[in-house]
Ligand binder design. Structure first.
Ligand SMILES: [Cu+2]
Length: 146
């Protein structure tokens, strides 16, 4: 028997003091709401939102990091578009707002993307954004948001 089993077993007198079984989903909902608020907060204070996942993005615009190049090297998207960067190579790349391997002074994004992983960024402001890889300085592309 694990040690935790001992404390979990209620005696008849303790049953009323136990946390109700419904408390657990309640806390899960609270955590979900809290993380949603964090996401919304990030939305309002930044010019974009970012997330990384191991799964390939579905829909939207995909930039492949393949053969130590961005593909395509130029992309034009409407404001509010989520762009998914997918690392097809067998080595790490970064998706960095900058040029020739150097991040911009106020880089909007700078994310290491492992092989087989993706990085999503939603462009919420019009402009021209340089994208580079800090590991391979010759990797460059431009994203125009309009
Ligand atoms: Cu790279």
């Amino acid at each position: 028997m694990p040690a935790t089993q001992r404390t979990n077993r209620p005696s008849p007198g303790q049953v009323m003091q136990q946390r109700p079984a419904r408390a657990r989903p309640h806390w899960t909902l609270l955590a979900l709401a809290a993380s949603l608020m964090v996401v919304l907060g990030a939305c309002s204070s930044n010019t974009g939102t970012a997330s990384q996942s191991a799964a390939a993005g579905s829909g939207g615009n995909v930039v492949k990091l393949s053969g130590f190049q961005f593909n395509p090297t130029a992309l034009t998207v409407p404001v509010g578009t989520k762009v998914t960067f997918e690392n097809m190579d067998s080595t790490d790349h970064t998706v960095t707002n900058g040029k020739d391997g150097t991040p911009d002074a106020n880089a909007l994004f700078n994310q290491t993307v492992h092989p087989g992983s993706t990085f999503d960024f939603t462009f919420t402001k019009a402009g021209t954004y340089n994208v580079t890889c800090m590991i391979h300085h010759s990797m460059n592309m431009t994203i125009t948001v309009q």
